[in-house]
Design a binder for this molecule. Sequence first.
Ligand SMILES: NC(=O)c1ccc[n+]([C@@H]2O[C@H](COP(=O)([O-])OP(=O)(O)OC[C@H]3O[C@@H](n4cnc5c(N)ncnc54)[C@H](O)[C@@H]3O)[C@@H](O)[C@H]2O)c1
Ligand SMILES: [Zn+2]
Length: 424
Amino acid sequence: MSPQNPTVQNPTVQNPTATTPAHGLFTTGTPTDSWTVRTALPVDYRVRTVPNVLDPANPALARAGAPAHGGPRRRLLVVEAKVDELYGERIRAYCTAQRIEHRILVLLANEQVKSMAAVFRVAEEMDRFGLARRGEPVIAIGGGVLTDVVGLACSLYRRSTPFVRVPTTLIGLVDAGVGAKTGVNFGEHKNRLGTYHPAAETLLDPAFLATLDRRHVSNGLAEILKVALIKDRELFGLLERHGEALRSTRFQHPAAAEVINRAVHGMLSELQPNLWEKTLERAMDYGHSFSPTLEMRALPELLHGEAVCVDMALTSVLAARRGLLDPVECARILTLMRRLQLPVHHRLLEPGLLHDALTDTVRHRDGRQRLPLPVGIGAGIFVDDLTPHELTRAVHELHSAAATLTDRQADEPQRRSANADQAA
Ligand SMILES: NC(=O)c1ccc[n+]([C@@H]2O[C@H](COP(=O)([O-])OP(=O)(O)OC[C@H]3O[C@@H](n4cnc5c(N)ncnc54)[C@H](O)[C@@H]3O)[C@@H](O)[C@H]2O)c1
Ligand SMILES: [Zn+2]
């Protein structure tokens, strides 16, 4: 939904020097050549857990994002290729059972094809389908790449078309699927073209995760760890206790609901007061200062969450060096990252890349670093005075810490299974 959305209420058009309102406009009594338009747009969107979202008897998806009306339901669905392979039959059976006149666009979505070409492909299909302007929300079913692409297409099509998200990856469930941002990569930059256009409704069904490969589960765990480190110490404890089991069961585990709910809650409580990012000091930018450049340069080697994790490992060491984080807690963080099978270091983490990344981030944050750093586990501050020297020292320290960790990690599974035996 863009601020220019025509559903705006109580618009005021006024000449700042005006004294007499006439015909709803403020004028000075003489012809005027300057006006100020001020308006506000209330934004409501819903994120909710819907188990068994594809159950043919469950009306949630058929009703999502549109006012109930008696006429026939028409929907364009955009489904990610792999998701279509796994769930396509059930999606089609669902539409038939719910009497939805539908068309399905199957779209390959990954970081390399996250571009305007994919957005145009969705827009073409919207045109071909003859989509109604308001009452026929597009349904996006897939991971973060797919929901970002469909969201951007919907925000551009007729300047704003509603859509519904059904995230099918862990990153989608806790991050990409719950915020307001859409986007595609452009040039060498990640998500450089994008808009703020939240889905009218997002339906979260963790059952999709049962088919996700474990590397992508870890990838999502990185974004959950981000919320834990910067604002939710209890979530960190949950990850320490259940992280490996959550990964190995692909979140089909008793702790899954609490972990997902805390992560979504943490994310939304940060986003709601700053949905349009007027404030550039954003806690949820934690782990996203150096990672956008690292991710794009390492493409396709590092997944989004993996790059974010390397960034968080580096900034944890930075925080420890500044005395903001106890070294013991810093070691706990790095150990948890490894237990979640996430990288804590990358060979491209060298001064040249870090300099470029910081320069780009400073531009993105309007001329200041506004770098989130953890203060202990579960809180954070923003700093503006990071120096290249400090960064280089932290990288060296991280490098040694990562090497020690890898050595210790080698006998970790044995030790853990011994502990498990003792517990049993
Ligand atoms: N808009 C936002 O606020 C926001 C926030 C965080 C991340 N993102 C974006 O999200 C993207 C990462 O999302 P992602 O990790 O979901 O990646 P993704 O969309 O590339 O999906 C990852 C892989 O999982 C497969 N997949 C999807 N669902 C599956 C399922 N249920 N079972 C089996 N395989 C499945 C896909 O085919 C794909 O290969 C990045 O581009 C990132 O920029 C956006
Ligand atoms: Zn992210």
